[in-house]
Design a protein around this ligand. Structure first.
Ligand code: AMP
Length: 277
């Protein structure tokens, strides 16, 4: 397995890779969620490229860029075991040299939900993904449904800007009590970890009501909100029942809808979602 830090070097190495090339962009501190993407990429492609880059431009001021968990040694050992061909681990300066001045902005779609709560977040995400796609030139790139809006934004960018790759989305990998696995779960203390199950319980409640025939999106948002409010450690950022593609809030559910939420447990901000279909 090659570990490469420089853009020029990975571009050269890319020329030698056998097609098709699968690509999994990550911010490292790898867990079972990441591994599910890497394994699928390994199964569907003849070459697998992983990137590890904690992208500074997708963090707002006051967010957790500095404290974001990092463990390169452990990540590289895992990737070696998973059969990655090459790991791209650039520095921030390599991706954003001092004169850097071009940004990719997906407009309306990126203003909702996470975008409304984290201004500039998706500008950072879209820009770094566009750069990584241009550098790696993958046949397919793999993303988790855990970050549903991220997938929607990336797909929109690819379609609007005629980029030549396919996005594959894989289901959210969960702990046995339903909590979506996330690098940020490592911030939670014991009490907060228990409280964090409230996110999945709220989504499960929505799923149940929807299965029983409830199609009033306002009622579903209310039910999720009142359950979340029962958890004293939880502070709601948003609770949403939105159209799966446009992410605009729904009144009635007629086509597949995305139930999503962002909740702070103590000082840790967690997101999760399910699709109602
Ligand atoms: P991150 O390192 O958090 O930027 O995540 C890298 C990729 O892994 C993204 O496409 C995420 O959506 C995906 N991912 C993160 N957590 C999970 C999970 N629990 N299940 C599936 N995919 C995930």
């Amino acid at each position: 397995m090659e570990v490469i830090e420089k853009i020029n070097e990975i571009k050269m190495f890319r020329l030698k890779l056998t097609e098709p090339v699968g690509f999994v962009p990550t911010m490292g501190y790898l867990h079972q969620g990441h591994l599910s993407l890497i394994r699928r990429s390994r199964a569907e492609n003849l070459s697998v490229v992983i990137s590890i880059f904690v992208n500074p431009t997708q963090f707002g001021s006051g967010e957790d860029f500095d404290s974001y968990p990092r463990d390169t040694e452990c990540d590289l050992a895992l990737l070696e075991k998973e059969g990655a061909d090459v790991v791209f681990m650039p520095s921030a300066r390599e991706i954003y040299p001092p004169q850097f001045d071009s940004w990719v902005v997906v407009d309306k779609l990126a203003q909702r939900l996470e975008g409304a709560n984290r201004p500039g977040h998706f500008r950072g995400v879209a820009t770094v993904c566009a750069k990584l796609f241009n550098i790696v030139k993958p046949t397919r790139a793999y993303f988790g449904q855990k970050d549903a809006q991220q997938v929607a934004v990336i797909k929109k960018m690819i379609s609007d800007l005629n980029m030549n790759l396919k996005i594959i989305t894989l289901p959210t990998v969960r702990e046995s009590d339903g909590l979506a696995i996330s690098s940020r779960n490592s911030y939670l203390n014991h009490k907060e970890r228990q409280a964090a199950t409230i996110l999945y319980r709220a989504l499960t409640l929505t799923q149940k009501l929807w299965s029983e025939g409830e199609r009033d999106a306002r009622r579903l948002r209310q039910e999720m909100t009142s359950l979340l409010k029962k958890e004293p450690l939880a502070k709601i950022d948003y609770v949403s029942i939105a159209d799966r593609e446009t992410l605009s809030e729904l009144a009635q559910i007629i086509s597949p809808a995305l139930a999503s939420l962002a909740v702070k447990i103590g000082s840790t901000r967690l997101i999760d979602n399910i699709v109602l279909r």
